[in-house]
Design a binder for this molecule. Structure first.
Ligand code: TRP
Ligand code: SF4
Length: 371
């Protein structure tokens, strides 16, 4: 059976196990204990939210031997930054605090070419909704390279040009479908350069590069790994490591997607509207209160529980208590949602104040393209 991931579609990836089977992504659980010997893992790592990896052992070994390593990831400046995006930036901040060199990309060329977002709009969204939020969440300037794909240095563009020779149209079509557009090809080779360039001497000459992403990005990673090998003799590039996290579910049980405002809470939603959205969210509750007291709820299926586990309750013991209270029917959804809303309101209120301060600082973090 053919099974292809389209990074630009809005379909939801439901069966994460298939990714092990079809694409050779490895379960993250197999490396987490070894990782614990060198660092305190991020809560998303021990909760199975970061569920898969390729070559994460390389990162563990780099940490063991005290070698510097680099993190590369990025987001498209299209639509609001929501809690699904926040999970990625939380990981970046975690790795920054671990001492990694951070390459964080504003994928404005991808937004322009594939999502057809205007240049000015992309820049405004990038600064206001993404970069300012990154700073508000705790990203600092230390070991940070934050750049727009359209506004970086000449050697990066040279690499993009060179990558064009290493890929055939046939393999691009096999990866992305027959109706491949030139804009998609451009975004793909740009992204490959994003991931590979930190290994080039002028950008740090890193041996180990880790790319934390959602599984929708895996087609790009598979190609990048092939391209790295094709540059072996020429530039001495090595395939990057990667990790994959589960996506948050949409509030309505579908996919959380920037293209559907009813599916997400954005980091700049006003606290009242946000709470109303969360109060209406899809839960793992039963049809009646009586039934839920008897059978307990199903936190595994619950969007509200995801907010706890992915964002609001870093403490494992506290989370486990919420889980038990749900499972045993001790706490019902109404009460549970109110508690989640309290956390949400507190978070959004504090975040708003931090965002306001951060907005003046964005130009210290990133060079802005002039058209
Ligand atoms: N394609 C990613 C997205 O859709 C953005 C991106 C650009 C990226 N360059 C990258 C992700 C490099 C990881 C690594 O949001
Ligand atoms: Fe979700 Fe809470 Fe209801 Fe359990 S009690 S299903 S965690 S809202």
């Amino acid at each position: 059976m053919e099974f292809r991931i389209d990074p630009w579609s809005h379909v939801m990836i439901k069966e994460y196990e298939k990714l092990f089977q079809y694409f050779g992504i490895r379960p993250f659980a197999e490396v987490v204990d070894e990782f614990k010997t060198v660092a305190v893992p991020h809560p998303l790592m021990v909760r199975g939210v970061i569920f898969g990896h390729r070559d994460f052992n390389n990162v563990v070994n780099a940490l063991k031997s005290g070698e510097r390593f680099a993190i590369v990831t990025g987001l498209m400046p299209s639509g609001k930054m929501h809690f699904g995006h926040k999970m990625l930036i939380d990981q970046i901040i975690y790795y920054q605090r671990l001492g990694a060199e951070i390459f964080l990309i504003v994928a404005d060329i991808e937004a322009y070419s594939v999502r057809r977002i205007g240049r000015k709009e992309a820049v405004d969204i990038a600064l206001n909704d993404y970069v300012a939020n990154y700073i508000a969440l705790g990203l600092t300037k230390s070991n940070l390279h934050l750049y727009f794909q359209s506004n970086y240095s000449p050697k990066y563009y040279r690499l993009i040009q060179m990558i064009s020779r290493k890929l055939s149209l046939a393999e691009l079509r096999a990866a992305y479908g027959e109706d491949l557009e030139v804009g998609k090809v451009m975004s793909v080779i740009t992204q490959i350069a994003d991931i590979l360039h930190p290994q080039i001497k002028d950008f740090g000459g890193f041996r180990d590069v880790l790319v934390p992403v959602g599984p929708d990005q895996d087609p790009h990673l598979r190609l990048t790994r092939d391209v790295a090998q094709r540059f072996e003799g020429e530039l001495g590039l090595k395939p990057p490591a990667s990790t994959y996290h589960r996506f948050m579910s949409g509030l309505d049980g579908g996919k959380m997607s920037s293209s559907r405002p009813e599916s997400y809470i954005s980091l700049d939603d006003d606290p009242l509207t946000a709470s109303q959205k969360l109060m209406r969210a899809f839960t793992g509750g039963r049809a009646t209160a009586e039934e839920q007291r008897r059978l307990g709820g199903e936190p595994e299926k619950c969007v509200v529980y995801e907010f706890y586990a992915y964002h609001f309750i870093p403490d494992d013991a506290e989370l486990s208590k919420v889980y038990q209270e749900c499972r045993t029917g001790k706490v019902l959804c109404g009460e549970c949602k109110l508690r989640a809303c309290e956390m949400l309101v507190k978070f959004l209120t504090e975040h708003r104040a931090k965002h306001e301060k951060a907005i003046d600082k964005v130009y210290e973090y990133v060079d802005v393209p002039d058209f």
